[in-house]
Design a protein around this ligand. Structure first.
Ligand SMILES: [Zn+2]
Length: 99
């Protein structure tokens, strides 16, 4: 089930949500069964990693894009504007109720 989703190009996150199979296990299972995610996706890159093979160009590109996106998100969260947004996040320490 999880492997079929992976093969069909679903995102790791949505597969985990649907099947409760964590990412690491998912890729190990995929390798065991000779299944890989479509190339040119982050999931495809993970399959290369799990299989210990050299990522192909498409997969490196997809992974590089994903890393850049994550870094950009990280940078934004450090800006004052994002800090204001973080104030609304639940569990923020300096936002205790009843004060
Ligand atoms: Zn690939």
């Amino acid at each position: 089930m999880a492997l079929a989703l992976l093969r069909d190009g679903f995102k790791e996150r949505s597969i985990t949500q649907r099947t409760a199979v964590p990412g690491g296990t998912l890729y190990r299972l995929a390798i065991d069964h000779g299944i890989t995610a479509p190339h040119g996706t982050v999931e495809g890159h993970r399959c290369h990693e799990a299989a210990d093979t050299e990522p192909c160009d498409e997969c490196s590109l997809a992974d590089g894009r994903d890393q850049a996106r994550k870094r950009a998100r990280h940078r934004r969260s450090g800006s004052p504007a994002a800090a204001a947004g973080a104030a609304r996040a639940p569990g923020s320490p300096w936002r205790t109720p009843r004060r």
